[in-house]
Design a protein around this ligand. Structure first.
Ligand code: PLP
Length: 363
């Protein structure tokens, strides 16, 4: 029998997620001696040393199943954020939580509103469930919340707001988000993805926590970015008890392994490492703006740990030129911006190397 008739109707048409290139993938082809990956917005400082120590201690227990609900971490998060534990659900990365949200809420034919461009996983999970992604173009590189509101109809189930947005690094204002929420029918759930929330400097940014429990908002956060644990896969969602309960209904019994749980508890308690990482991003942002201004390249001012830069030429060429210098970035073609590239902010040496290489390539 043809596979098209065996698989669920929609899944063979889904465009697969294109991840940033790993160092292992490119180092054979390109001869650079030193590599830095600025392609996936990981913490270039690495994990907290306390997280590494916690993993080491946990290693001898990996023959035992992990604790299913991640109670210790859930307690730590709920205390830190002053939220009841029932409003917290933890899983193996925000990506997996996004899939769980689709599993819990999207029926065949439902519509899911999202920005264009934004994080591609939102559209993927919608299609997996047989829903229809409704894409609303960014306005001045920012979510067009009014435009998104206009697309709401009886079929609308979810609205994704990525704040700061990946790949542009832009945020919505507190006022615009507030009026957006107040005009939205309360049967439509808003997913506020704050994967990069810790890096925001803009004081007019909405704080998702203000809405948890009060509105139909599910907040997404992750240990992959500022906490430097992308390789362990762990993130969490916050929201009203009835919404979070639905996510528990579709959750795997043991989605988060022991090492990730132990590392996340340690990372959450290592404020110093988090602050150092945020400080590095603040400094790096200013340095990169200054240097890009000097070179004469435009960029979207960012509230995240990456910058969306217009190289004003095919960015695949810039991408390959940078690979020859041992630097991996993410070219913008996947988002429909073929002259742009998304570059993670690194340490001072990384940013310096990047700028030096860009100058050489575009000259
Ligand atoms: C990185 C990222 C995530 C995924 O986080 P994981 O916890 O690593 O799955 C979610 N949303 C956005 C916008 C991201 O950029």
């Amino acid at each position: 029998m043809k596979i098209e008739r065996m698989a669920r109707k929609n899944i063979l048409k889904i465009a697969s997620y294109i991840p940033g290139k790993s160092i292992e993938e490119v180092q054979k082809e390109y001869g650079a001696k030193q590599w830095v990956k600025l392609a996936s917005n990981e913490n270039v400082l690495g994990p907290s040393p306390k997280a590494i120590e916690a993993v080491r201690k946990e290693l001898s227990k990996i023959h035992l199943y992990p604790e299913g609900p991640c109670s210790i971490l859930r307690q730590a998060i709920s205390q830190k954020l002053s939220l009841p534990e029932k409003r917290v659900v933890i899983s193996n990365g925000a990506d997996n939580l996004i899939l769980m949200i689709a599993c819990a809420f999207v029926n065949e034919g439902d519509e899911v509103i999202m920005a264009d461009p934004t994080f591609s996983v939102y559209a993927n999970v919608t299609q997996i469930m047989g829903g229809k992604p409704v894409r609303v173009k960014l306005k001045e590189c920012t979510h067009d919340l009014e435009g998104m509101l206009k697309r709401v109809n009886r079929k609308t189930k979810l609205v994704f707001v990525c704040n700061p947005n990946n790949p542009t690094g832009t945020t919505v204002s507190r006022d615009s988000f507030h009026s957006f929420l107040s005009e939205l029918p309360d049967r439509v759930i808003v997913i506020l993805d704050e994967a990069y929330g810790e890096f925001v400097e803009d004081p007019y940014n909405p704080d998702g926590l203000d809405y948890v429990g009060k509105k139909q908002v599910i907040l997404l956060r992750t240990f992959s970015k500022v906490y430097g644990l992308a390789g362990l896969r762990i993130g969490y969602a916050l929201g009203r008890e009835d919404l979070i309960h639905c996510l528990y209904q579709v959750r795997d019994p043991f989605p988060v392994h022991r090492l990730a749980q132990a590392a996340a508890v340690a990372a959450l308690n290592d404020e110093k490492h988090a602050i150092r990482s945020i400080q590095m991003v603040y400094e790096g942002r200013r340095y990169l703006y200054q240097e890009l201004d000097r070179i004469g390249l435009s960029y979207v001012p960012s509230q995240a740990n990456f910058i969306f830069i217009n190289f004003e030429r095919d960015s695949e060429e810039v991408f390959r030129g940078l690979l020859a210098e041992g630097i991996i970035i993410r070219p913008g073609k996947t988002w429909g911006y073929p002259t742009f590239g998304r570059v993670t902010i690194g340490r001072r040496v990384d940013n310096y190397r990047f700028i030096k290489a860009v100058k050489k390539i575009i000259r």
